[in-house]
Design a protein around this ligand. Structure first.
Ligand code: NAP
Length: 264
């Protein structure tokens, strides 16, 4: 069962997680942010300092930018060690070992959500720290299921997973933007083009989820021989779109490995 949850950093991610938990009445949520925020309600309130938050939380979620974390942990490590909450980090680039080294005896779980947490549609990867139990993992899943779906992975695979699911929304928007440019060039007004493309992606994703069919099968199903879709897909093949996308995913993963080295 989810009890007292403290969120440190109430930006994009902290706010998405906090408001989802509060909306579903999951636990008692408080947050601390360096800059004052206005979101206060029965199940979600702002505390005055990190020490108060740590003292009152069974679970703390650290949701500040990676570059702010070393100083934060250095300053507050004794409070964490004294309270020993379940510590969940969502920071990109900082591995579990870093937190376990500083927070002696504290159970650490690393989670990598994505941008769609803001609309309850994240895919969040969960990695178990050395001291975390199966129950702790269950608790982390329960928390992050409020902002989408969760999957348990080994931390060694985190950059591979992030290169697809974490960067995924950015990649998809890039492709949506290319189609949008094409639609505007073809003469559609911007508003119509945007609505059309949003609906195409939404519809295609929904059909894929509901049908459960492979993407290749679905692509073939909308491709009639000598038809319009076939003509377009032939260009994708001729220009090696698969290779371009594979190279982009690989570049993202490599960058993830480099960033992890910078922080370790
Ligand atoms: N955004 C994503 O799509 C995404 C996806 C996966 C993981 N993440 C991870 O999630 C974490 C948060 O990202 P975000 O996009 O939510 O960042 P964000 O919007 O910048 O939110 C961070 C918040 O924490 C505040 N803050 C900074 N230093 C603090 C401190 N010492 N104590 C308390 N609050 C502090 C910031 O205030 P100021 O703005 O005044 O500095 C800001 O309000 C990062 O570690 C990131 O790697 C993000």
């Amino acid at each position: 069962m989810i009890e007292n949850i403290g969120i440190i950093g109430f930006g994009n991610m902290g706010k998405a997680i906090g408001t989802a938990l509060a909306a579903l009445n999951k636990g008692k949520v408080c947050f601390y942010d360096i800059a004052p925020k206005t979101e206060t309600q029965r199940n979600l309130y702002q505390v005055k300092n990190p020490a108060e938050l740590i003292k009152n939380s069974d679970v703390t979620i650290l949701a500040i930018k990676p570059q702010d974390i070393k100083t934060f942990i250095e300053t507050h490590k004794n409070a964490f060690i004294a309270k020993k909450p379940l510590f969940i980090t969502i920071a990109a680039g900082l591995n579990i070992k870093f937190f376990e080294k500083h927070l002696t005896g504290v159970k650490v779980i690393r989670v990598m959500p994505n941008l769609a947490a803001r609309v309850g549609e994240s895919i969040s990867f969960i990695c178990k720290g050395r001291l975390a139990s199966a129950n702790d993992i269950g608790l982390a899943r329960e928390i992050f299921n409020t902002v989408g779906k969760t999957a348990l992975i080994d931390e060694r695979s985190i950059n591979k997973a992030t290169a697809i699911a974490g960067c995924g929304p950015g990649f998809v928007y890039h492709i949506m933007n290319s189609i949008y440019q094409g639609a505007v060039k073809a003469g559609f007004d911007r508003e119509t083009a945007k609505a059309m493309i949003n609906q195409v992606f939404l519809g295609a994703a929904k059909l894929s989820v509901i049908s459960g069919k492979d993407f290749g099968v679905l692509a073939d199903e909308v491709t009639s021989r000598k038809g319009m879709t076939e003509a377009g897909r032939k260009v994708f093949k001729a220009k090696h779109l698969d290779k371009i996308i594979a190279a982009a995913i690989d570049a993202a993963r490599k960058r993830g490995d480099e960033i992890a080295k910078i922080y370790s």
